[in-house]
Design a protein around this ligand. Structure first.
Ligand code: NDP
Length: 315
């Protein structure tokens, strides 16, 4: 029994790391506020999807706890695409708004890609605009990476996992998780394999991983025999599984069969309490960075004006 306990993987505690990030964000926000700039995130919610309403409320609360402005614009489910784009144009032009997030999914009369393209890349703290996708791919530090994979990178770093030179396998190739995860890992010098529903002999691929990221949306899909002994396993999956004994009638499960894989891996994230809490923390971090970058741009513009027209500023 003692031997068995000794071989269980260490837990990577996403709640604790998210708390650290939020405390760091609050310090950065306070420094900006001291210079007269309050970082602000505006979330736009179209319609009354109950799960979206819960996410949006928690984003607004997290902003306020970090000393930032958090505003939610609620639009009716019948909002047209033109009306939503007009709201985004107004937010793009508002200097008090540093981050804009349109909560997905949007009702079917609205094209989500048109919405993403309309948000100014400098305010796209979700990191879905193609300009940010490109910036992240080329390693441009001013780009915003999507919050969930960015959160995974922070978890790896703070858990002391050596990413450079590691064989990383990303299970899933979505725009929200798998693809940006791949670019962040490549830029951190991992050797990355991306797997998806058409991958042949999936277990042979996953067994090569020093770092295995599971993001496929299938409860307990990754079993112990798919994991290399000593691997670091990050479980992005959040799946509702019916459970008559649970208070809400369901239980949250990750994409990894946690108990069995914990006996093989060296480090592992739980669900809940692993990657999940990092997503909002990274959204706050992106928003405060958007405000910092805007201030840097303004300072640069002021100093350029000074060089071109010194007498205007100092008559
Ligand atoms: P998507 O459904 O968009 O993508 C799933 C990916 O998994 C696809 O690339 C798909 O392949 C692949 N896949 C599906 N089935 C298999 C299979 N049997 N074998 C191999 N690959 C497979 O999901 P998301 O990326 O949006 O989300 C993934 C999970 O992460 C979900 O559980 C979601 O709830 C969770 N999530 C958690 C977040 C957090 O804050 N922690 C945030 C976002 C997501 P193909 O491309 O070929 O179809």
């Amino acid at each position: 029994m003692l031997d068995k306990l000794a071989t269980l993987a260490d837990l990577i505690d996403g709640v604790a790391v998210a708390r650290e990030i939020r405390a760091e964000v609050a310090l950065d926000a306070a420094a900006l506020i001291a210079r007269g700039v309050t970082p602000g995130l505006t979330v736009v919610l179209v319609g009354e999807d109950p799960a979206s309403a819960v996410y949006v409320a928690s984003k607004e609360k997290a902003c306020k706890e970090a000393g930032m402005n958090g505003e939610t614009i609620r639009l009716s489910a019948t909002t047209t695409q033109g009306e939503l784009l007009a709201v985004i144009d107004r937010l793009n032009a508002d200097p008090a708004v540093h981050g804009i997030l349109v909560q997905m999914p949007v009702p079917k009369q609205i094209d989500p890609q048109a919405v993403i393209l309309r948000i100014s890349p400098d305010k796209d703290v979700d990191g879905f605009h193609p300009v940010n996708v490109g910036r992240v791919w080329i390693g441009d530090q001013t780009g915003f990476a999507p919050c969930t994979p960015a959160g995974v990178m922070v978890l790896l770093e703070r858990a002391g996992v050596k990413v450079a030179g590691a064989d990383a396998v990303v299970l899933g190739r979505s725009t929200i998780v798998g693809k940006p995860m791949t670019s962040l890992l490549v830029n951190a010098s991992a050797t990355v394999t991306v797997c998806h529903s058409r991958t042949a002999n999936l277990a042979a691929q996953t067994r090569r991983a020093d770092i295995l990221i599971a993001a496929i949306g299938k409860p307990e899909f990754v079993t112990a025999d798919m994991v290399k002994p000593g691997a670091v396993v990050i479980d992005v999956g959040i799946n509702r599984v019916t459970d008559a004994n649970a208070k809400n009638g369901y239980r949250l499960k990750g994409d990894v069969a946690f108990d069995a894989v914990r006996a093989v891996a060296s480090k592992i994230t739980p669900v809940p309490g692993g990657v999940g809490p990092m997503t909002i923390a990274m959204l706050l971090k992106n928003t405060v960075r958007a405000a910092q970058q805007r201030e840097q741009q303004r300072e640069q513009q002021r100093s350029e004006q000074h060089i071109q027209h010194p007498s205007v500023l100092h008559p």
